[in-house]
Design a protein around this ligand. Sequence first.
Ligand SMILES: [Zn+2]
Ligand SMILES: [Zn+2]
Length: 345
Amino acid sequence: MKKHLLPEKGNFYKANLHVHTTISDGSLTPEEIKEVYKEKGYSVVAFTDHEAMVPHNDLNDDSFLSITAVELATNAELTHGVYSYRETCHMNLYSKDPNKTVCSVYSKSRLWPAHAEQYMADEMKEIDFKRTFTPESMNEVIAEAKKDGFIVSYNHPVWSLNHYPFYSKLKGVWGVEVYNTGCARNGYPDTVQPLDDLLALGERVFPLATDDAHGKRETMWDYFGGWVMIKADKLEYSAIMTALENGDFYSSTGPEISDLYIEDGVLTVKTSPASAIEILTERRASKRVQAKDGVLLNEAAFDLNTYIADSAHKRESDPPAYVRVTVTDEHGNKSYSRPYFINEL
Ligand SMILES: [Zn+2]
Ligand SMILES: [Zn+2]
């Protein structure tokens, strides 16, 4: 029986899930952000201004949807004055309710784009949740945010100077940035390592490619580099948020994944022209199909029957079995499916 891993029905909607506007430290107004992203074929933008959650439902139309969100930054305390090595933890909270203006983990005392305060709802200004740069405190933020109706992403771990001893303790994150345009173009390429590490620890976490755009219109150096293709029935807030939450999407810096299904244990991936298509797993069972003689691929098939059968021998202490797909185009751009767990194959 054919089982679609990306939903068979619905449309793909191109989304940027990370952007800053003049509400915090971005250069473009929310209206301008809508304009430039629509021009490039995006249908969805999550407005993730620092520390200030401001709904932009007024920007929505038949072909554009704004997601209500906020980026919370929690810096390690400075112990050496302005010494530049300073770890931080940035998380985006995406609201399942478009009209949300409050989150219980907001910290007034951590508001650093001071002018952002004027955009915040009065109830939000009342809240001063004590956040500190520890995994325990970050886990409280994640848990409270989830209770409040948010899904939470863990942003740019490499730029944040985060390492395994820190991020391996995080619980309940929905997405991890594997590509962040602003960071990558600044010399901090995010990697898939935190994603696979968290998966190995049993977290159900999905890869995200985003922009984190801040730049001016003249250069737009940190725009349009990483995005998410959401498959949903319609461009409507709850349909899009449900698709995100369920993982009905893939992330990309270039190639398209048009279809992904499994039939009789054989996984088929259909793509735009690709130089390589890979499956990656939690154990040493990854496989790569490579273009030959300059003829690019549009499809690859991977027989997973042995992998699936062997997974029955997994011990309690072994990482959960999963398969995820990456596609690389001839320019080195990549797309990333979410992990599909053994019970889905
Ligand atoms: Zn950030
Ligand atoms: Zn950001």
